[in-house]
Design a protein around this ligand. Structure first.
Ligand code: SF4
Length: 482
């Protein structure tokens, strides 16, 4: 059997793409290899959001130079956002790469791998750039790729990502996604529902709907326009699907109908990831985010008011072009006031090809970026710790995902081990349990917490006194023996 090694960098969208690429290559007889050395085909599914992610791929490619010289029949491919962004630059920097395939062309991977192996020449398949044709032509050149699922490639067999949109039309000045993932396009509801039913048949319990701005989902079908709330309501009806999440949200599209759906539909996780990026209106304007801090605060208040117990997380970019101490101070104020469940904090990294790189100098020194990153992180951690303490003594329902990181590190093999799972509001819970509990919903009582984890104990079913009342009086027991 030919062997495939795939390395994935980046977001959940990339993880899903890799799952689908693997599923399509398995149909061609491939099986997964544990490392690149054992593989006939080596694929990198790449990310372009930060320079660091690209550097990592180029150095991984550099390490394969000798392997390719010694085994010229190995096929090496670069897929995803960096392939779309750098195109033939990849061949110039690593001439032994066989395939460069953009995210809109992944359906071609099996055929391209076959061609590369038989024809021994390089292949590049990428989509049109944002100014290379009419909107229709550009949309068609970014084909969505969702035909096959492969449970073996999922985070766990009980959880799956489902793509409901591709692309983005927001054009935030720091972001490369609209160029590499193309125009915003919503997937037909019937295709999404069919995929969710298939996942339910494969015993998947939790689905996470994916889109760059997932709550901008709109699909026109005759007279009807499907919104995300309509789609969630339809998915809610599927037997077997027990939990529904969706990421990533755009603050301005957080409409009341969607908040009501999250509140009213029991399978809907009470969790919203809504990146704000900065607490300063001046910075948001330079980022071209399309909303003000006041509008974000209003959206947050609406979410907290309408959904009891909802957890909200956000992303922040620190050290964006021209960010002053005062502007960063406004971000600190926003974080202090917002009581977010968590914040994902990134130092600004200039991306060639974006408006930000063209218009503004990346002028905040690295040490200032690092300092701001650390300050925001320590404030957020303090808030996380305080808010997690409120869970002490509370019973939460957890979907058990598998062994905890500690159990994995120790290589625990027995039946009893430390497990990890998530609550309905996406908090991580660690507890002692049995392997048989993986993939089940369990009640857990929380007895401790740190900033990012709750620690608990599984609530065991009460075994009542009736068990003891079964003990028969000695005489009766003796007569039964006869
Ligand atoms: S909304 Fe902005 S940050 Fe998000 S993918 Fe679109 S352009 Fe990038």
């Amino acid at each position: 059997m030919p062997k495939l090694y795939i390395e994935t960098v980046g977001c959940q969208m990339n993880m899903l793409d890799s799952e689908l690429v693997v599923a399509s290559l398995r149909k061609d007889g491939y099986e997964l290899a544990a490392n690149a050395a054992d593989a006939d085909t080596i694929l990198f599914n790449t990310c372009s959001v930060r320079q660091h992610a690209e550097d990592k791929i180029y150095s991984a490619l550099g390490r394969l130079k000798n392997a390719k010289r010694e085994h010229p029949d190995k096929v090496i491919g670069v897929l995803g956002c960096m392939a779309q962004k750098d195109q033939d630059l990849i061949f110039r920097r690593a001439p032994y790469v066989d395939l460069v395939v953009g995210p809109g062309q992944l359906h071609q991977v099996p055929a391209l791998v076959r061609e590369a192996r038989t024809e021994r020449r390089q292949w590049m398949e990428v989509s049109l750039g944002r100014t290379d044709g009419s909107r229709d032509e550009i949309e068609r050149s970014h084909e969505s790729f969702d035909p096959l699922r492969d449970p073996a490639m999922r985070p766990t067999p009980y959880q799956a990502f489902v793509r409901i949109m591709i692309g983005c039309d927001k054009f935030c000045t720091y972001c490369i996604v609209p160029s590499v993932r193309g125009p915003e396009q919503s997937r037909p509801p019937a295709a999404i529902l069919a995929e969710a039913r298939q996942l339910a048949d494969e015993d998947c319990l939790e689905i996470t709907l994916l889109g760059q701005t997932v709550n901008s989902y709109r699909y026109r079908e005759g007279e009807r326009t499907w919104r995300l709330s309509d789609l969630i309501a339809a998915l809610h009806e599927i037997e077997g699907i027990a939990r529904i999440k969706f990421v990533t949200n755009y603050p301005k599209d957080m409409t009341d109908d969607l908040l009501a759906a999250v509140r009213d539909l029991p399978k809907c996780s009470k969790y919203l990831h809504v990146p704000v990026q900065s607490g300063s209106n001046a910075v948001l304007k330079r980022m071209k985010r399309g909303y003000t801090v006041e509008e974000y605060r209003e959206m947050l208040a609406r979410a907290y008011d309408s959904i009891p117990g909802v957890a909200v997380t956000s992303d922040f970019i620190v050290g964006f072009c021209g960010e002053t101490d005062e502007e960063f101070g406004e971000t600190i104020d926003l974080v202090r006031d917002s009581r977010l469940k968590n914040s994902f904090i990134f130092k600004y990294s200039e991306r060639p090809g974006t408006k930000g790189a063209e218009l503004y100098a990346d002028d905040v020194p690295e040490d200032v970026k690092r300092h701001r990153n650390n300050s925001l992180l320590s404030l957020q951690n303090k808030i996380c710790e305080e808010d997690n303490e409120a869970f002490f003594g509370r019973e939460v329902t957890v979907l058990v995902e598998g062994p905890s990181k500690t159990a994995e590190k120790h290589g625990d093999v027995g039946d009893r081990l430390q497990l990890t799972g998530r609550t309905n509001c996406d908090r991580i819970v660690v507890f002692e349990g049995s392997r048989r509990q993986i993939g089940r919903f369990l009640p857990v009582v929380v007895y401790d917490a740190n900033a990012h984890t709750l620690f608990g104990e599984v609530v065991t079913e009460h075994v009542g006194p009736e068990v003891f009342s079964l003990a028969l009086p000695l005489a009766a027991a003796e007569s039964q023996k006869e």
